[in-house]
Write a protein that binds this ligand. Structure first.
Ligand SMILES: [Zn+2]
Length: 400
């Protein structure tokens, strides 16, 4: 493993025009990275822009207070006033804690299960929801469908192997919100600790998923109904949930001074939360993904994660640089073997998919041309919290 890591390092280091940001650790392995005269990257600029939009001062606090008031008012006569997506990991556990204990909301916790959950995270969810007195609803995807989408993702040769899961999570939340007549969906993501993934490393588009399914899948996607959406999230469904149903999706941690080490202390003490061993390790499939990203695409996603921590003063830049030198611990060959087996593949088949020439989302049918046409509309929808505040930046401000 050590040799493979240094190979990748050599590959990136060898490139004559290799460059790294002077402030974070984003470098020219990131598609669409640009640098200003001072050597600072466009992702740092995006961080500063978000930091101005979601300031950690009185003005920011007033915005958060208003948001909480709105959620309470809209959900007044309902059993729940918000839906909160959880995975058992740190971010969503803390978001649930804030929502219930600090802000006094009445959330329904929703978990999307596609068959690869880490048992440690599963126990976290049961324990923390019980301790907080929050109902937990698990939406289990059709196993044949979700397995087939993962294999189709591998065959498509793009980094969007988890596209099905990403869309499944979104539709699970929209479906439950519609069923429970709740208009606010909260999720625990923070640009201050996680950063935003470059567009072509993680591109979300329902038409794209359909195209991958059509070309590489063996199981047709289940039909859409408002409360049981399956893997359908095309422009029509987005319009239905956001405009017709008026459902808002809010990254609430943007409003909060999220300091990872402090949060760990709080949720361990208050909720007996257990660390899964690595960020994103609430999902065992991340082990296989991290491996494929590295060996096939020369993508190290810790770069945007650690860069976020460096910008918000939670990690030293030198420590971040040191850490990305080695292979990420999440790449556990035993877990990778388990994932392969669960998908019904052989190691040879996986190796064959990895060996295929890499592609990106724009090599397949997608709706990016329409998304681009609606750029000003998307900006407004994000401002109004109808789409998550990060969506605009994700599509238009995150490299290519
Ligand atoms: Zn930077």
């Amino acid at each position: 493993m050590g040799t493979q890591a240094s190979n990748v390092e050599m590959k990136t280091g060898e490139a004559a025009n290799y460059r790294i940001c002077v402030r974070c650790i984003m470098d020219t392995t990131i598609p669409g990275i640009t640098f200003d005269e001072a050597g600072e990257c466009n992702f740092c600029k995006l961080h500063d822009k978000l930091d101005r939009e979601y300031p950690l001062n009185e003005k920011g606090q007033r915005k958060l207070d208003k948001l909480i008031r709105d959620i309470k008012r809209k959900g007044k006569n309902r059993k729940y006033d918000c839906i909160l997506g959880i995975s058992g990991g740190r971010d969503s556990t803390y978001t649930l804690y804030l929502a219930k204990k600090v802000w006094g909301l009445r959330p329904l916790a929703v978990h999307f299960n596609d068959g690869f959950g880490n048992p440690v995270a599963g126990e976290n969810m049961l324990r923390t929801t019980r301790k907080l007195g929050v109902d937990l609803r698990t939406i289990t995807s059709d196993w044949r469908e979700s397995k087939d989408l993962k294999i189709a993702g591998l065959k498509s040769s793009t980094p969007d192997i988890e596209l099905g899961t990403d869309i499944g999570i979104a539709t699970a939340l929209y479906g439950v919100a519609t069923k429970e007549k709740v208009q606010h969906i909260l999720f625990g993501q923070s640009f201050r600790t996680e950063g935003i993934c470059p567009l072509s490393w993680n591109y979300l588009d329902g038409k794209y998923l359909k195209a991958i399914n059509k070309q590489f899948g063996t199981v047709p996607l289940r039909k859409w109904t408002p409360t049981d959406p399956g893997f359908n999230l095309d422009i029509f469904q987005v319009f239905y949930y956001t405009i017709i149903k008026g459902i808002k999706t809010i990254p609430v941690l943007y409003y909060v001074n999220y300091v990872r080490s402090e949060v760990d202390q709080i949720i361990k003490k208050e909720l007996d939360w257990v660390y899964t061993g690595a960020h994103y390790y609430d999902d065992l499939f991340q082990s296989l993904l991290t491996y494929v990203f590295r060996v096939k695409f020369n993508e190290d996603r810790r770069k945007f994660n650690y860069s976020a921590l460096v910008r918000s003063g939670q990690m030293e830049r030198s420590a971040a640089l040191e850490r990305v030198k080695g292979v990420y611990v999440i790449e556990d060959q035993k877990v990778i073997d388990l994932c392969i087996k669960r998908l019904g593949l052989t190691r040879e088949e996986l190796d064959e998919y990895i060996a295929r020439p890499p592609k990106k989302f724009y090599d397949y049918p997608n709706h990016y041309h329409i998304i681009k046409k609606f750029k000003p509309v998307i900006k407004i929808l994000c401002k109004l919290n109808i789409l998550p505040g990060s969506a605009y930046d994700k599509y238009f401000n995150c490299g290519d």
